[in-house]
Design a protein around this ligand. Structure first.
Ligand code: GDP
Ligand code: MN
Length: 397
């Protein structure tokens, strides 16, 4: 689960990570109030207005702008709220902006002694350890840095059983070229950031940029936080931060009925039991000249009600031209699944407006095939993988 920048920063601050201070606002008027309040604590009259959407690259798309006075705060916030923000990380049509973060300007106009760094915390799956990845090249896409100047990216692996050690935090500060107070601030920053990562059960932190101000403070200016959805049950406060408006509506609905659904941009819907078989089925669709419209694992209980729910979810995507059902009947026998498909189909009537190809393999596969073939419905059966692929190809030709 992803957090908005303002939520991520508040969470980090609760673990003692130094952040650029700010307040969220839903309207231009609220933005002005927020700016006034901030000025009382920070003393600065300059603010940065930042669109809050679940995508990076906002600066490039015009979603991060500097306001030099309250009039500008009002105008700029008014322009950003309600805009459709297009960045390299949004869908081509962009994402609607519902709220902005009004933050203190920490770059102090005219000052040149600031530096931007990149810091992320993530799991290195090949070593099974947490890793701090960092670079002197902050404010840029890390992908670009990795391509053009890979020697400027450093990593520090942390043994989860021991936790972050003082020498490791000092090494990060040293490699970033810091000294004096900035060095001390960075070791504190890294240590509290790592603690926040572990304590919040996050799977990714990306802080880009981390800023060294001209008065040698180290601050998180941006915050991308991804929480591990499987650990949210023990973080009720963080789970409450979910913003469903930022998520794909079909995926939200599928999640509510307990289906494991991921929306993709192809033309063949698929319904499969088991994630591994789902991956293989998506390959099969590609091989047949199609492209998967979704990943859908219906899990172990493919009865009529569940099959119907799955069909309805798949058919919400207008790009779907055919549906491939690929189920291995082990504990759930194939004939029961076939009956489920036939019942769901009959129940849905005209709601099913694309051909359905069904491949059932496993216990009672032959009885299942007879059931499908004898149903008189627009359902094509297959037993072999290749046969299913051929029928998909025909259906979308
Ligand atoms: P992103 O484009 O979505 O990654 O959004 P960021 O939060 O990283 O902001 C984009 C850029 O805006 C940063 O890299 C900074 O260079 C700049 N920026 C952010 N905050 C301030 C600020 O307080 N003052 C100034 N002058 N620039 C800022
Ligand atoms: Mn950023």
């Amino acid at each position: 689960m992803n957090l908005h920048e303002y939520q991520g920063k508040e969470m980090l601050a609760s673990f003692g990570v130094a952040i650029q201070r700010g307040r969220v606002a839903q309207t231009a008027e609220e933005a002005v109030t927020a700016a006034k309040e901030l000025t009382e604590t920070t003393g600065t009259g300059w603010h940065v207005i930042k669109a809050q959407i679940h995508a990076g690259g906002r600066g490039k798309g015009g979603g991060v702008r500097l306001a030099k006075n309250l009039d500008e705060v009002k105008t700029i916030a008014g322009e950003i709220i309600g805009m459709q923000l297009i960045t390299p990380q949004t869908p081509p049509a962009g994402k609607p902006v519902h709220q902005v973060l009004v933050a203190e300007d920490v770059y102090y106009p005219g000052e040149t002694e600031t530096s931007e760094f990149y810091v992320s915390v993530l799991l290195n799956r090949s070593t099974g350890r947490n890793m701090i990845m960092y670079s002197t090249e902050g404010g840029m896409d890390i992908e670009t840095v990795a391509e053009e100047t890979p020697h400027l990216i450093f990593t520090e692996e942390i043994d989860p059983a021991v936790g972050i050690q003082g020498f490791q935090a000092r090494k990060v500060a040293f490699n970033l070229g810091l000294s004096g107070n900035a060095f001390k601030e960075m070791t504190k920053f890294i240590t509290s950031l790592y603690t926040a990562y572990v304590e919040s059960d996050s799977s990714l932190f990306e802080i880009n940029p981390v800023l060294k101000t001209s008065d040698n403070r180290i601050l998180a200016v941006d915050a991308k936080v991804t929480l591990d959805a499987n650990a949210l049950f023990r973080h009720k406060d963080l789970a409450a931060l979910r913003d469903k408006r930022e998520e794909n509506p079909i995926e939200v609905e599928a999640g509510e009925v307990g289906l494991n659904y991921v929306d993709l941009d192809g033309n063949v819907g698929c319904m499969v039991n088991g994630a591994g078989l789902a991956m293989a089925t998506m390959d099969l669709i590609k091989q047949a000249g199609g492209s998967p419209a979704n990943f859908l694992d219906v899990g172990g209980t493919a009865d009529a009600a569940r099959v119907e729910t799955a069909f309805r979810i798949i058919l919400k995507d207008p790009a779907v031209e055919a549906i491939l059902v690929n189920i291995f009947g082990g504990i759930v026998r194939c004939d029961r699944v076939a009956q489920g498909i036939v019942d769901a189909y009959k129940n849905m009537g005209d709601a099913i407006n694309v051909p359905i190809i069904v491949r059932l393999q496993g216990t009672n596969a032959d009885i299942a095939k007879e059931l499908i073939d004898g149903s008189g419905l627009n359902v094509l059966s297959a037993t072999a993988f290749q046969e299913a692929a051929d029928k998909v190809q025909e259906a979308i030709a």
